[in-house]
Design a protein around this ligand. Structure first.
Ligand SMILES: [Fe+2]
Length: 506
């Protein structure tokens, strides 16, 4: 394939080996002259806006070497964006410099693009041409697109399965892919029956460790295909750093900085989101004309520590009215974002379970997961009241984390089973990470929880002004490697009608 891409590149402008004068790049010439093929980690795009988006690649000539095989050289990388797969109609091109301090990642941000347009993109370094990625810009502000398709997914423990779900996402060619966290796990599976293992290495530098872990994931052909098929909106959850980590007071900045840095380096995120001082600006809104908005939340960096909950009759701390999961600034930002009422559908793309899951169904106890929104009920209520007060037309929460498909009607008071439905939650299962072997048994106590599915997979969604259709997709196995032996099926389908919150059977 590289030969094909090279011919295309030669035919359409940037001659292989051509010289570009870039000030301050004296090392580039020497670096690219003997460069081996550097595009093993694939290409990606993300955060589409009407006039711009992010094009990503990360150079590595030897991806599982400590330095990716790249040494300390700066490398000049050219990029092209075209409206056709053969790159006959170039819409934008430019160059960027891959530097060691950014893991030789590229985050190119072409601007002045046409809204609502499909594009193809590729990179060139030295003599080498990358695979081609497909992407698209968001529709123009104020325009009224007739439909939108997106996939959302989470939790892809590398050791626990093959990424068949990503291959199917790539085949769907959705307009957008939301990745809702646990892109990688800091810990070994520890569960046996693994399909593949992490590369072990003697290295104490956490940034190097994280880079290698991401590189190992990005060598997976199915994951590379999903990245190359559509623009992504990634957010992290806990395992990109540590299980159930929490908040501003998490007292290990020396661990946050490398985890955030490696996340940014390996995701198609804009340069404006590059982490500094052990913080990364992760929450943002992506707007799809007047049809939909995606409010991508950060449920880790600003949360209070989980309430101790080993005695579920001692609920005082958990129910403190000032407890926060997303922090005051993000809460204000979210409610302000929801105030501008020009959107048909408002999706909250986030990590942890939003609806109440009460083990015994009794209001006097708090038999709940303290890491989920149930551990921060006052914050949840402020947000739900906020969207009710603002007359948000169609609020839908999209969630990962729990390694099962779930679908829920949202209420203000879950203990009153007749209280009105005020929103909808769709939870995607994991790409590979295993769920607990014990199915939750509290559905009778929680009638708003409408569905639980146990397969691995993802959720496929289609949005029109009239309705949202969510298809819970299941893969038949993540333990079988042979794609020919793995099937994808719609295990459940729900609709949500415009202006009528809650689930309707599909
Ligand atoms: Fe997970």
């Amino acid at each position: 394939m590289p030969d094909v891409h090279r011919r295309l590149f030669l035919a359409t402008g940037i001659a292989a080996g051509g010289t570009l004068a870039v000030p301050g790049l004296s090392a580039a010439g020497a670096g690219t002259a003997a460069l081996r093929y550097p595009f093993h980690l694939g290409v990606a795009s993300g955060d589409p806006r009407p006039d711009r988006l992010v094009l990503w690649t990360r150079l590595a000539t030897a991806p599982l070497d400590l330095d990716g095989g790249m040494g300390d050289k700066n490398i000049l990388v050219e990029w092209q964006l075209a409206t056709d797969e053969k790159f006959a109609n170039i819409a934008a091109s430019g160059n960027a410099v891959a530097v060691p301090g950014e893991g030789h990642s590229i985050h190119a941000e072409p601007r002045g693009l046409s809204p609502g347009t499909e594009y193809f993109y590729r990179f060139k370094a030295g003599e080498h041409i990358s695979p081609v990625g497909r992407t698209r810009t968001a529709p123009a502000a104020g325009s009224a697109p007739g439909s939108l398709t997106f996939a959302f997914a989470s939790c892809q423990h590398f050791e626990e399965g093959w990424y068949h779900a990503h291959r199917f996402i790539a085949e769907d060619e959705p307009d957008l892919v939301l990745f809702l966290g646990d892109y990688m796990y800091e810990n070994n599976s520890g569960r046996g029956n693994l399909v593949r293992g992490y590369v072990e290495f003697d290295e104490v530098n956490r940034l190097v460790e994280h880079r290698l872990r991401y590189a190992q994931h990005r060598l997976d052909p199915d994951l590379k295909a999903a990245h190359a098929a559509a623009p992504w909106l990634p957010v992290f959850d806990d395992h990109e750093l540590e299980n159930n980590w929490w908040g501003v007071n998490f007292d290990q900045p020396e661990r946050k900085q490398p985890a955030f840095q490696a996340f940014w380096e390996n995701m198609p995120l804009p340069r404006s989101m590059k982490p500094e001082n052990s913080a990364i600006p992760l929450y943002r809104t992506i707007t799809w004309g007047t049809l939909a908005r995606f409010h991508m939340l950060d449920t880790r960096q600003y949360r209070w520590k989980q309430a101790p909950n080993n005695n579920n009759t001692n609920c005082g701390e958990l129910r403190r009215t000032d407890r926060t999961l997303i922090g005051d600034a993000q809460e204000k930002w979210l409610l302000d974002s929801l105030t501008a009422r020009d959107s048909g559908w408002d999706f909250l793309g986030q990590q942890v379970f939003f609806a109440q899951r009460d083990g015994d169904g009794r209001a006097s106890t708090c038999d709940v997961s303290e890491d989920a929104w149930d551990g921060y009920p006052a914050n949840r209520e402020r947000i739900v009241r906020g969207w009710i007060d603002r007359k948000v037309r169609n609020p839908v929460v999209l969630t990962g984390d729990v390694h099962r498909h779930w679908a829920s009607d949202l209420r203000l008071n879950y203990h009153d089973h007749d209280s009105p439905v005020v929103g909808t939650e769709l939870v995607t299962t994991s790409i590979t990470s295993r769920g607990s072997t014990t199915p939750p048994d509290n559905l009778d106590e929680n009638p708003h929880l409408r569905y639980i599915g146990h397969q691995r997979g993802y959720v496929r969604a289609r949005v029109t002004p009239d309705q949202l259709t969510a298809e819970f997709m299941g893969v038949s196995s993540v333990l079988v490697r042979d794609p020919a032996q793995v099937e994808l099926s719609v295990v459940k389908r729900f609709h949500v009608a415009d202006g009528l919150p809650g689930l309707q059977p599909g």
